[in-house]
Design a protein around this ligand. Sequence first.
Ligand SMILES: *Cc1c(COP(=O)(O)O)cnc(C)c1O
Length: 500
Amino acid sequence: MTETRTITGNRGLMVEERLIFEYDHHDRTAVDVPAIEPYEDRLGGLRRTGAVGLPGLAEPQVVRHYTRLSQKNYGIDTGLFPLGSCTMKYNPRLNEKAARMAGLADIHPFQPVSTVQGALELMDTLSHWLKQLTGMPAVALSPAAGAHGELCGVMAIRAAMDARGENRTTILVPESAHGTNPATAAICGYVVESIPAEESGRVSAEAVKAKLGPHVAAVMITNPNTCGLFEPEMIEISRIVHEAGAYVYMDGANFNAVVGRIRIADLGVDAMHINLHKTFSTPHGGGGPGSGPTVLSAALAPYAPVPYVVRDDKGFRLVELERDADGDAKPFGRMKGYHGQFGMFVRALAYMLALGKDGLQQVSGDAVLNANYLYARLADVLSASFEGPVMHEALFDDRFLKDTGVTTLDFAKALIDEGYHPMTMYFPLVVHGALLMEPTETESKAALDQFIDAVRGLAERAKAGDAEYFRQAPVHTPRRRLDETLAARKPVLRWTPPES
Ligand SMILES: *Cc1c(COP(=O)(O)O)cnc(C)c1O
């Protein structure tokens, strides 16, 4: 395919944007200030001698620069985001409105608690619903993301083991797990042992049993798992894990597939994080903000970190220090400055209250229905890794590309030209060349059909032998294929002015 170069380098209405420093107006400013009268400074000889080096641009130039940069960002507000394992769902504007209300947005963590009773009540109400939805007796709100929630759960497990005077060394993690699971276990000082997956993509109680022993502190298991499959042996797994004196950590990132339908406590879980930004619609991406409240069983609840909200006859108050904990509580410490991602709490509670019990049940129903619709309509042209029906996401692998000369990466790049952010690629590692798609409940059938048509069309083009088309892709983007490894290993983070 020949590329048509434009004179400006712009493509359609997509402007080829320079760095703001490259506009080369360093010798002037857009602000008129009178020249300063001579004066004596008090900088003790530390006065700057060189130029500040800031670009001197007029307001419209600055506004256009940043607006154009923002347009290069693909987001959930601009299109369907099929990323599996990430749950990129639409964030209702109502949540945003609630989070910006002055009484919730303009408060400070150092304010006397008597002046923030409403905020504390909101945290207490959110805690109530998280406990209600999981059947678990306690929740720690402060973890700032899913991975942070894992850290909270595993630190509670470590504290419980310490209290028992046991020094168990190992945590078992299935090979399909999200990378944060083994990372969490390792950061807490545990040896990670991998549990192999069955042919069906699931973890069997037998495989767990084969690895259990007095050295095992916990099993971390994701349910539904990262292949988009429910783990039907979960209850039996919990039973044998408890019998071996260990704890069950359930990765609850996929709670959106089961919310309102199963009680987590009934699965024998001791700790589970809930990614508010996945299940309860608060915005995420680009590293945050997230929020990962962690529910705890009666065995782990005493070790929950501070701070937490309690209510007594004087109203709501915060237990901020470990030594101020009441009763049997022995908090393992503190995970975060202040009280967690308060703005996310507001958004999540707004979402829960807007939907109600039946609405939350419909969230999981529609998320699973949409994923199965994708699965059913794509299984004949792609290669489904496991037999359906699936839960909230559909996993395909690269067998359908065999002998076409097209790779999963090429396929994903071609999808960018079609106007879609690619699905998750090469994860989970249990299948070859994975393509993991999660539509979530917020996509309409029309949006899914359009995406399916694009994917089907590309699959047919690949099979028709047009490998060159895929090797070129993407051709319609401001940048084509980047050396992603070099960019990650040797990022250029500093602009250096050209030699004049
Ligand atoms: C997203 C995810 C995590 C990590 O959550 P973050 O909020 O991104 O830290 C952990 N496990 C699974 C299965 C996930 O999908």
